[in-house]
Design a protein around this ligand. Structure first.
Ligand code: F3S
Length: 398
């Protein structure tokens, strides 16, 4: 790989041992992908604090980086951490609580701030064409598909190395030719495209079929960006998808020709209502008793989504024995708790939190409208309307 003089110096240890280690990591990774150079990034997002299998090792390296007094060079956010407002409830079920506190302190020390999986809804929102180093698959797919910025699905720790050095290797989705659509997905006319439960189910299907290829979907020009967020998160769970061209929504796919870079799709897949029904059954875990927990907000909800949900809870009361979690970022949480919506929320008995339902391993049975939560855990997959109904009126299947 070609390195600038400054990059060579960092690699050779002129700027210290830790920067040299981090640069070696980036160069080795870039070499393995055949990258010819590093490029400057404008933004980073880390998944390092998530409950990864190697979280103990990652925490140790992060601590060493913090001890070396290094600072991130670009705006950097991190995935959600524990919500201290529910520390008593959650510490009972969350063995990594102490480790998490230390990681949060170390991340803060190196300049990371903003703990959410939807960093683009706070102030970490790169511009069109920017090179970035983001992990958190649901965020990466939004960055590529909605913002038109460019990031590969970086790994935990590599994301921090990129943030500290302000660089990533130039390969994969950073290159225009790799952003070309490969598979066209078409929806049958009888599918209600304004229904979120349909869209997240379609997302699961797309991820399974596309794998690591760039999917293109037509017929969704009028859906909201929140809906693209939820569909994309589902695709990024079942597949290695990091960019989905939603024709008419994705900045690089204003039309069919742009999505396929004036070429033809390698494959065309038609999605039917039966396909949607089957994929729901595949990823839903059915329990023989009602849920202890119901979570909405994976990925975390936008302000608009929270407001719509609170409106739906107006005049209703969550049943005894059920925790109903509404997950969003801290900014939205504080905003709502300082508004007239707080009263509706308290009267309903729902919890507004900045937690991640997977990170806290909410005790099962768990019911959710999130396709991503269902993919990664044994949860029952229902529409948001059904989640509210079960929470307030009970489950008719019980
Ligand atoms: Fe976010 Fe946690 Fe889901 S980090 S995307 S709420 S798994």
């Amino acid at each position: 790989m070609y390195l600038t003089r400054e990059e060579e110096e960092i690699l050779n240890g002129t700027k210290g041992e830790m920067p040299s280690k981090l640069m070696k990591l980036l160069v080795k990774l870039g070499d393995s992908f055949g990258a010819e150079q590093l490029v400057n990034i404008t933004s980073a997002h880390t998944v390092l604090n998530f409950g990864l299998n190697f979280v103990n090792a990652a925490a140790k390296v992060l601590h060493e980086i913090a001890e070396a007094e290094l600072q991130v060079k670009v705006r950097t956010t991190a995935d959600p951490i524990i919500d201290m407002d529910y520390s008593e409830e959650l510490s009972m079920v969350y063995p990594m609580f102490t480790l998490h506190e230390q990681m949060m302190a170390d991340l803060t020390k190196i300049g990371v701030h903003g703990f959410t999986c939807t960093p683009y809804l706070i102030d970490n929102k790169p511009n069109f064409g920017d090179y970035c180093a983001w992990s958190e698959s649901s965020a990466v797919i939004y960055l590529n598909s909605v913002l038109g910025a460019r990031s590969n699905r970086e790994g935990g720790l590599v994301d921090i190395a990129c943030a500290i050095l302000g660089k990533t290797s130039y390969h994969g989705l950073l290159r225009t030719e790799n952003r070309k659509g490969k598979i066209l997905f078409r929806l049958s006319a009888d599918i209600d495209k304004t229904n979120l439960f349909n869209l997240t189910s379609i997302g699961l299907l797309i991820g399974e079929i596309a794998g690591a290829k760039v999917p293109v979907i037509e017929g969704l020009e009028t859906i909201s960006y929140d809906y693209v967020k939820n569909l994309g998160a589902a695709s990024a769970s079942t597949g290695a998808v990091a960019l989905i061209h939603v024709i008419g929504k994705t900045p690089e796919a204003k039309n069919y020709e742009e999505a396929f870079q004036n070429d033809k799709p390698e494959e065309i897949v038609d999605i039917t209502l039966d396909n949607i029904k089957d994929i729901r059954e595949k990823y839903s875990t059915e329990w023989n008793k009602g849920p202890n927990n119901i979570s909405i907000g994976c990925p975390q909800l936008s302000k608009q989504e929270v407001l719509e949900l609170i409106e739906k809870l107006k005049g209703k009361r969550i049943s005894e024995g059920i925790n109903f979690w509404i997950c969003t970022n801290n900014e939205v949480k504080n905003l709502i708790l300082n508004s007239e919506y707080k009263k509706i929320l308290i009267n309903s008995g729902a919890h507004l939190t900045s937690l991640c339902p997977l990170l806290t391993a909410l005790p099962r049975p768990l019911t959710t409208n999130s396709a991503k939560t269902c993919f990664y855990s044994n949860a029952t997959y229902r529409s948001i309307e059904d989640c509210i109904k079960i929470a307030t009126e009970g489950d008719e299947n019980e």
